[in-house]
Ligand binder design. Structure first.
Ligand SMILES: Nc1nc2c(c(=O)[nH]1)N[C@H]1C(S)=C(S)[C@@H](COP(=O)(O)O)O[C@H]1N2
Ligand SMILES: [Mo]
Length: 337
């Protein structure tokens, strides 16, 4: 399947990366690949991307993943002229309640998450159910860099260069049956490594659950990410595998996935269970439908401070209308928020 890029998300590489930098980065990647062929060490992928992501911390990807990241199709989707959020903000201002409720908690606590080995159960209405090792699951996938806006329902946003692949590619592989209408995702449940799951104050009935309609998941913009900023995902961003659905509020983009179920009924999701009148199943970014307690018309683009709040107007479907509006032509978005 080829992605047909529409105007809103389509611009040339030179719009985001000066050519000289882009070219030297290419050369770097080539050198890295040669190094790998000789048994190079994991971690060099970060060095290659230091050309563009200068502030990125070294990663510790297993070698097979570093190799696959090295063959990423860079800049497959860009965010036009919008600046990429600094790595330090994207990795230290997080929502990952399994590791605590404060924005800094995931960065402080997610080191305890063991991401290797990792497997994902795929079950329900599929022709090829099973427990898939992450490496086997990724092997057939061509990784792409997708630079997307991320808009949290709390009215802040970032621009993040993800590395991943369309979830549609995985779905085709496991062959959904005709009864499959929705997908249900589950995060790891492991109170031992996830302090937030041990907290007596947590409102959440673990594990964290999210869902999509099958046709939403088949949209080329919906990806499963394994990396960001040219390297593997930091734990606090949902390592080793997370969903990214850029036209929906951030809470739909479930982290550290261990189970993907094809189901016939709309799944009950975590945030619906906590407050259905505030967080709907669809959760499409929509500046015209306010949260009961605050406006959704505007957002703070990180980095954002007291003296430069960096406020901008929120766009319908987070700026991805051309790609996704047709999915909702029959839906009252006020009712199905
Ligand atoms: N398992 C799990 N996934 C999650 C969350 C969470 O608490 N647990 N938070 C969500 C919310 S509210 C947002 S805004 C994004 C934040 O992703 P980021 O920290 O990588 O920016 O992750 C989403 N995925
Ligand atoms: Mo969020």
């Amino acid at each position: 399947m080829l992605i047909k890029l529409a105007r809103a998300s389509d611009c040339s590489e030179s719009d985001v990366t000066p050519e000289s930098i882009y070219l030297s980065r290419r050369a770097f990647i080539g050198a890295g690949a040669a190094g790998l062929a000789l048994g190079g060490m994991p971690g060099w992928v970060r060095a290659a991307d230091a050309q563009r992501y200068a502030d990125v911390e070294p990663g510790r990807a297993p070698r097979w993943l570093a190799e696959q990241i090295a063959s990423t199709r860079w800049n497959a989707v860009t965010a036009g002229g919008e600046a990429i959020t600094p790595f330090v903000d994207a990795t230290h201002y997080n929502n990952f309640y399994e590791f605590g409720a404060d924005k800094g908690d995931p960065a402080a606590n997610a080191g305890s998450l063991k991401t290797e080995p990792w497997s994902v159960v795929i079950d329900g209405e599929v022709g090829k159910p099973g427990r898939y090792g992450l490496e086997d699951l990724l092997k057939p996938q061509q990784l792409e860099e997708r630079i997307y806006r991320l808009r949290c329902v709390e009215a802040w946003s970032m621009v993040i260069p993800w590395i991943g692949f369309p979830i549609s590619a995985l779905l085709k592989q496991v062959e959904p049956t005709s009864a499959a209408k929705y997908i249900r995702f589950e995060t790891l449940k492991d109170p031992q490594s996830m302090p937030g799951q041990r907290s007596r104050f947590a409102l959440i009935d673990w594990p964290y659950v999210e869902g999509l309609r099958l046709d939403e998941a088949m949209n080329p913009l919906a990806i499963l990410a394994v990396g960001m900023y040219g390297r593997e995902l930091p734990n606090q961003n949902g390592a080793p595998l997370r969903l990214v659905v850029p036209w929906k509020y951030g809470f739909k983009s479930i982290k550290s996935i261990v189970r993907i179920s094809l189901v016939s009924e709309q799944p009950q999701t975590t945030w619906q269970s906590i407050a259905a009148q505030e967080y709907g199943f669809y959760a499409n970014v929509n500046p015209h439908v306010d949260h009961p307690r605050w406006t959704q018309a505007r957002e703070r683009r990180l980095p954002s401070g007291l003296f430069s709040p960096n406020v901008r107007e929120t766009q319908m479907f987070n700026g991805y209308s051309e790609e996704v509006a047709a999915l909702y032509s029959d839906l009252d978005l006020r009712k199905h928020y």
